[in-house]
Write a protein that binds this ligand. Structure first.
Ligand code: DGY
Length: 320
């Protein structure tokens, strides 16, 4: 029997590619959008970045597709309803990247609190010239972190923040976060925004979270508070954020994600003094990316060989 055909739209190390070839024939390897689109009509599976757009009209070009194995935990790149209607399993890589994203979030809290970027710039440009240093930083201990979205990543952030002595509150669909999280206080969104010194976003992007943080929500935050976004850019209304930052409605923002990515060269957030922008590096460590690649390959192969994938967001299509 011939092996299923798959588009591998990310670079894989030779060993992993060899493993994959035992059960699947790659139609192409590497992130070349034109080649991916050309191969879609023949493909039974695709392994791609969680940022590679697969809207309904693209899925319509892929009549044989049975699985989208995203390299990442997000799946807002896929039209989930269209994929489900077509019987395409949408798989992701949750869990293996929670620590890396949480570490980055904590890194941003410390960078904000201790003015690391300001001080690094001052050391380069002002220290030797005897210019006055940046103002003092602040201690995270005793401050309140408000976590919006208390899933795997939100919880990993909470544990790390508690180790820094921060109070943690969260907003999610549930109020009881369960064992190990008794000291994390559940609050409705508005109360969390009013309370937190740092607000950190850890939700999936979907219709319920698009534009979740807009002008009204930013106005509820303390003028001294910071917003951290390591989830998806479109969770925040970026125009409203620019206005709030310019007006001093909030103190600042640290953004690992923007909408769109990459941003336009003249995106004002890139030039604002009270904004830290990073180029979507939440999972960007050697170990985490390796674990994500392996999980994505396992998901792809599992569906294409009739087995249960480790993580599928529309399991109702499996076994159809
Ligand atoms: C994810 O895992 O979704 C990361 O943000 C990469 O896209």
């Amino acid at each position: 029997m011939s092996k299923p055909l798959a588009i591998i739209a990310i670079d894989l190390p030779a060993g992993l590619l060899e493993d994959l070839r035992r059960s699947v024939t790659p139609l192409l390897t590497g992130p070349d959008p034109a080649a991916v689109h050309a191969a879609l009509p023949r493909a039974h599976g695709i392994l791609c970045s969680a940022l590679f757009p697969l809207p309904a009209e693209v899925l319509a070009q892929a009549p044989n597709l049975r699985v989208i194995a995203n390299f990442g935990v997000g799946y807002n790149n896929v039209d989930l309803e269209a994929a489900t209607a077509r019987g395409i399993a949408v798989c992701t890589t949750p869990g293996v990247l929670s620590g890396a994203v949480a570490d980055l979030t904590i890194g941003l809290i410390l960078a904000i609190a201790r003015r690391l970027f300001d001080n690094a710039r001052y050391a380069r440009e002002g220290w030797a010239r005897g210019l006055p240093p940046p103002p003092l930083g602040w201690d995270p201990a005793g401050k309140t972190l408000g976590i919006i979205g208390f899933g795997r990543i939100g919880r990993a952030v909470a544990l790390r923040a508690q180790a820094l002595g921060m109070e943690v509150c969260f907003t999610d669909r549930f109020e009881d976060a369960g064992e190990g999280f008794e000291r994390c206080r559940s609050l409705p969104l508005d109360a969390l925004l009013e309370t937190a010194d740092v607000v950190s976003l850890h939700v999936n992007l979907d219709d319920s979270s698009r534009g979740l943080i807009g002008a009204r929500e930013l106005a509820l935050m303390k003028p001294t508070a910071w917003l951290i976004n390591t989830s998806r850019g479109a969770v925040v209304d970026q125009a409203a954020l620019r206005e709030a930052l310019a007006a001093g409605t909030i103190a600042g923002a640290a953004l690992d994600v923007l909408d769109p990515e990459p941003p336009a060269p003249d995106e004002p957030l890139l030039a604002m003094e009270n904004v830290i922008v990073l180029p979507h590096i939440g999972s960007a460590t050697v170990e985490t990316r390796a674990a994500m690649r392996e999980m994505a390959v396992r998901n792809l192969v599992a569906v294409l060989t009739g087995r249960q994938p480790a993580a599928c967001v529309n399991p109702e299509v499996l076994g159809r």
